[in-house]
Design a protein around this ligand. Structure first.
Ligand SMILES: [Cu+2]
Length: 220
C-alpha cells in the first residue's frame, strides 16, 4: 500500500460525500387554509436542528410594482440586505413606507424611524414608470404601506437562509438543496392571527408534505 498515493483520493472521496450530504433532499410543501383550500402567499421556512446553518444568500435586487392601487406582488421573499426597486405604473402619485419587523406603528417623537420611505410621482403617458429603491436590512416580515392610499398593503419576507419558499396559487412551495435529516417547518402568512404550530419531519430525497393551518385569508 502506498499511503502517499492514496491520500488525495481519500480526500476527494470525503469532499464528494460532504457535497452529497449538503444537498441531498428537496421539499415540496402544500399549505392549506382553515377551510382546506390552498393557501397562497405563505412563507415556508425550514430549520434543521443540530445542523450547521447554511450560508446567507447574496442580496438581490427585485422590483415591486405599484399598479391599480396594489403592491404587485403582494408578497416578496428576498435574502437580507436585498434592494427593493419600487416602480409606479399608475398615473397618480404613490408613497412607500417600508416598516421592519418588531416596529410599532407609533414612534416616540424625535425617535429615528426605522425602515425607509419613498415617494413616487405618477407615470406620465408614454413615459417610463418612475422608480425608487430601498434596502431591507433586517430579517423577518416587513410591512409595506402607502400614506396616500390606506388600502395599499404589501409584505417583504427577509431571510437569512436559502431554506425558504413562498406558496403559489396552488398553495405549493418548493425548497431545493436541503440536507437530509430532521427538519422543522415554519409557516408565516400576512393575515395570520396566531403563529402556526411548527411541523417536524425527516427530510430524505424528494420529500412532500401537507401543512394545515388556521389561517383564513379574506377574499380579495
Ligand atoms: Cu398609493
Amino acid at each position: 500500500m502506498n499511503a502517499q498515493r492514496l491520500r488525495p483520493m481519500a480526500l476527494a472521496g470525503a469532499a464528494l460525500a460532504l457535497a452529497t450530504a449538503a444537498s441531498a433532499a428537496s421539499l415540496q410543501v402544500t399549505v392549506l387554509a382553515r377551510d382546506g383550500q390552498p393557501l397562497a402567499d405563505a412563507v415556508v421556512s425550514v430549520e434543521m436542528p443540530g445542523m450547521a446553518l447554511p450560508a446567507t444568500p447574496a442580496p438581490v435586487t427585485v422590483t415591486i410594482d405599484q399598479q391599480a392601487m396594489r403592491f404587485v406582488p403582494a408578497l416578496t421573499v428576498v435574502p437580507v440586505g436585498s434592494r427593493i426597486r419600487f416602480s409606479n405604473l399608475d398615473s397618480w402619485e404613490h408613497h412607500v413606507r417600508a416598516i421592519p419587523p418588531d416596529t410599532g406603528n407609533s414612534a416616540a417623537p424625535g425617535e429615528a424611524r426605522r425602515g425607509f420611505e419613498l415617494r413616487l410621482p405618477g407615470r406620465a403617458a408614454h413615459q417610463a414608470a418612475p422608480h425608487a429603491e430601498g434596502v431591507v436590512d433586517s430579517p423577518g416580515p416587513w410591512r409595506l404601506g402607502c400614506h396616500l392610499h390606506g388600502s395599499m398593503r404589501g409584505h417583504v419576507w427577509v431571510s437569512t437562509t436559502p431554506w425558504v419558499g413562498k406558496t403559489d396559487r396552488a398553495g405549493v412551495a418548493q425548497i431545493p438543496d436541503l440536507p437530509e435529516g430532521n427538519a422543522v417547518l415554519r409557516v408565516w402568512h400576512p393575515e395570520q392571527v396566531v403563529e402556526t404550530t411548527p411541523q417536524a419531519l425527516t427530510l430524505s430525497g424528494s420529500a412532500t408534505t401537507r401543512l394545515a393551518t388556521a389561517i383564513q385569508p379574506r377574499r380579495r
